[in-house]
Ligand binder design. Structure first.
Ligand SMILES: *[C@@H]1O[C@H](CO)[C@@H](O)[C@H](O)[C@H]1NC(C)=O
Ligand SMILES: *[C@@H]1O[C@H](CO)[C@@H](O)[C@H](O)[C@H]1NC(C)=O
Ligand SMILES: *[C@@H]1O[C@H](CO)[C@@H](O)[C@H](O)[C@H]1NC(C)=O
Length: 492
């Protein structure tokens, strides 16, 4: 089990105790008239008494407001069952004038991730209990002991789990429920579930717009989100086009209601797409019977050592046999074409005005966008600027794909093969998805890659959006989440 926090946010002040109200004892003004009471002395006494009373009332209200502040600190815990790992988020927030105030600074937010993700336990669901137990222990150190029973703990799993058979998902969830039931936190069985891809997109959109200060404001001033995950890709934004109901979601926040386009492209996350491409190249090898087939998405000179497949990215480790049938031929343009052909598959079945990827409808992108997760990681790897990064990505991808494998190994000595093997593919995939398929101009400055947003550098993690939407009293979003035993409604 690998432990990582992935950000500096793990550290949290050990003093997570509720704020203690600072109060000082009231001063009693004493006036002791030595002479016999005169009218003025009596007045003075009355005045002193009044002042003393005023001070007492003042002190009392400071004390009681201190008490209120104490009472109004709340906590919430969300476990994100992702494809590459399981991350727990512990949130602290306060209620002011009946409204929650969110702050994701170190004192109010902590997270911890353990690898691998739940989907690695498909053959051994019981194995999932170990990581959940450790994560729960972490959460307990971040909240006041006496409050456990009042703190909700929820577990939401994403694409890695969505790819598993339904009964396997349920078995893994059941193991996690057992741990959560006895965790001491407040928990109900239906709080551990697999969320839909578009819920994930909505939550990511919520946290981004919260961070940017646009949540609760004009719909057309909001920022869209494109997320390239490991197993799926989400596109979520406000569109003024007419959006077919299957892609349309409504959320309200404050007194504003947002009509969003949201879609999750399952199997088109970076890892799943790379696996899919290699598999189809392999199949074409077999059908032509020509032995090795060129693989333009892997730099020249890479030879799979079939005896040690551990160097392959995890999701490919068991597919070594089909990779062995490929000849690394590193060529960005060819890789981009191969990827584009894959993204277009199924276009003949398009039943909408137009389709972007396969037979899926996406309105024309509109407004500003943040490109997160693997869009961000790949841009960072190539050291791209935040603006103009799509056109820079082509240049960087051409250089990287066309380089000899051994030279790359020298240039990136700290990278394991499994990491380095991703970047030729991902550079081509990103250009093909955003530009060739979704129509983002290469020099479009309205799309920025990011992992955090806003002045407070709030992490663009969907779990934060789920927390915000669950907690805000004036928000309303009936997610399309599959609740337990609601199997009939479930479709991938
Ligand atoms: C609701 O909208 C009005 C204007 O339309 C605005 O003045 C008010 O502040 C909003 N209230 C909240 C709670 O957002
Ligand atoms: C090639 O395809 C045939 C059937 O079409 C199959 O039996 C064989 O196992 C395949 N070979 C490889 C190397 O996958
Ligand atoms: C990459 O492939 C394209 C198209 O097949 C070809 O025109 C180009 O010369 C190749 N680039 C390199 C560096 O081999």
């Amino acid at each position: 089990m690998k432990r990582s926090n992935g950000s500096s946010r793990l550290r949290i002040n050990s003093d997570m105790d509720p704020l203690k109200a600072q109060t000082s004892p009231g001063h009693h003004r004493s006036s002791s008239p030595s002479s016999k009471p005169t009218k003025s002395t009596i007045l003075l006494i009355i005045a002193s008494f009044t002042i003393a009373l005023g001070l007492l009332i003042g002190c009392y209200s400071i004390l009681s407001s201190g008490k209120n502040r104490r009472v109004s600190l709340r906590y919430s815990v969300i476990i994100d069952g992702g494809s590459s790992g399981t991350r727990i988020h512990v949130f602290r927030y306060r209620i002011e004038s009946g409204k929650p105030v969110f702050d994701f600074g170190d004192e109010n937010y902590a997270s911890l991730k353990l690898s691998p993700g739940f989907s690695a336990y498909a053959d051994n669901p019981e194995g999932a209990s170990e990581s959940v137990t450790e994560l729960v222990e972490f959460a307990k150190t971040r909240v006041p002991k006496g409050m456990l029973k009042e703190i909700d703990i929820r577990l939401m799993a994403t694409a890695g789990m969505r790819l598993l058979e339904l009964n396997v998902q349920e078995r893994i969830l059941e193991v996690t429920r057992r741990v959560l039931r006895s965790s001491g936190f407040r928990f109900q069985d239906e709080w551990a579930f697999v969320i839909s891809g578009s819920d994930e997109g909505i939550y990511a959109w919520v946290v981004a717009n919260h961070a940017l200060g646009s949540l609760g404001g004009d719909s057309l001033q909001t920022t869209g989100i494109v997320e390239l995950g490991g197993a799926s890709t989400q596109v979520t934004f406000v569109s003024s086009e007419i959006v077919p109901p299957e892609f349309s979601r409504t959320i309200s926040y404050g007194n504003v209601s947002y009509q969003l386009y949201s879609h999750s492209f399952l199997h088109l996350g970076q890892d799943s797409a790379q696996e899919k491409l290699l598999e189809s190249l392999h199949n074409s090898a077999n059908s032509t019977g020509e032995g090795k087939v060129p693989d333009p998405c892997t730099p020249k000179g890479y030879i799979l050592d079939t005896n040690s497949q551990k160097d392959l990215p995890g999701f490919l480790a068991e597919k070594g046999n089909f990779i062995a049938s490929l000849q690394a031929s590193g060529n960005f343009s060819e890789c981009r074409s191969a990827v584009f052909a894959m993204l277009q598959e199924g276009k003949d079945k398009c039943t909408y005005k137009h389709c972007s990827i396969g037979s899926i409808f996406t309105p024309n992108l509109q407004g500003r966008f943040l490109a997160t997760e693997n869009f961000f990681h790949t841009s960072k790897f190539f050291g791209l600027g935040e603006k103009d990064w799509l056109s820079e990505m082509i240049l960087a991808g051409k250089r990287f794909c066309g380089e000899e494998w051994w030279k790359l190994k020298v240039k990136y000595p700290t990278f394991k093969d499994e990491k380095l093997l991703r970047y030729c593919f991902s550079s081509a995939y990103i250009v093909s998805m955003l530009h060739d398929s979704l129509g983002v101009a290469l020099d479009d400055e309205r799309i920025e890659f990011a992992s955090e947003a806003g002045e407070e550098d709030i992490p663009l993690d969907w779990a934060l959006g789920a927390f915000i939407l669950n907690t805000a009293p004036t928000s309303d979003y009936s997610g399309k989440s599959r609740k337990i035993l609601d199997l009939s409604k479930y479709k991938i």
